[in-house]
Each structure stands twice: as C-alpha cells, then as structure tokens.
Design a protein around this ligand. Structure first.
Ligand code: MN
Length: 128
C-alpha cells in the first residue's frame, strides 16, 4: 500500500539512522528503517514507501546492488531511490546513477539542507 509520507531508510550505521529519523520525524514524515539490504527487501514485500534513502556501503549487499534489485521489482516502479553516500571520489556519483539511483545526497548529511533536499526529491518524482 502506498504511503505519501513514508520513507524507507536503508543504513547500517546506528547514528546515521538516528539522525535521519530525528530530522524526518520533525517534519512529519514516517520512517521505516533497514539495517541491511536483506531487511530492506523484506520490508518492501509489504510496504510501498514514497521514497527510499539508500546507503551504499553495507555488510551484506552494497547499495548499488540493492538499488538494482529493487528497480527490477514491478511493484516498486516509480519509487525514487536516493543514495546517501560518502563516496565522493570522481565517478562515484555516476556509479549511483548507473545503478538506478534517482539522485544522491552527500555524507556527512547537512542538517540545515537535508529536509529541503528530501522535499525536492519528493516533488521531482511525485506520482500523479
Ligand atoms: Mn554504511
């Protein structure tokens, strides 16, 4: 079932999850979290978030592979996947886009800009 305010955050780092959760809840979003890729796939069996925030470096499967997997699931079509990545080496942004990510936000998260970035992505990929 689709939920316009629900955001799935895939991230193995506890402190990053707490920061993102705090920011999103303060703006009235709902948040569901996955600590690893397999957990994200489990959540997506029963949940259709408005947006997925995707860590790249995770222990069980990297965010590129997970994004690829989600993008092949017909029931997940149209859900934007935004990479949150510290991989700012030349070519890494392109790699997130090649993997099927619809955009990226750089780590460390800029708390003053984060909600505006989320809003912009939600607006950009809004389904009518
Ligand atoms: Mn990580």
């Amino acid at each position: 079932m689709a939920d316009d305010t629900l955001i799935l955050h895939v991230e193995d780092n506890f402190e990053n999850r707490m920061l993102v959760r705090r920011l999103l809840l303060s703006e009235g979003y709902q948040v569901t979290e996955a600590e690893q890729a397999t957990q994200a796939l489990e959540i997506l069996k029963t949940t259709r978030p408005a947006l997925i925030l995707m860590d790249i470096n995770m222990p069980d499967m990297d965010g590129y592979t997970l994004t690829n997997t989600i993008k092949t699931m017909p029931q997940m079509a149209g859900i934007p996947i935004i990479a949150i990545t510290a991989n700012v080496m030349k070519g890494d942004r392109e790699k997130t886009l090649q993997a099927g990510c619809d955009g990226y936000i750089e780590k460390p998260i800029d708390v003053d800009r984060f909600l505006e970035q989320i809003e912009r992505f939600l607006h950009q990929f809004a389904q009518h």
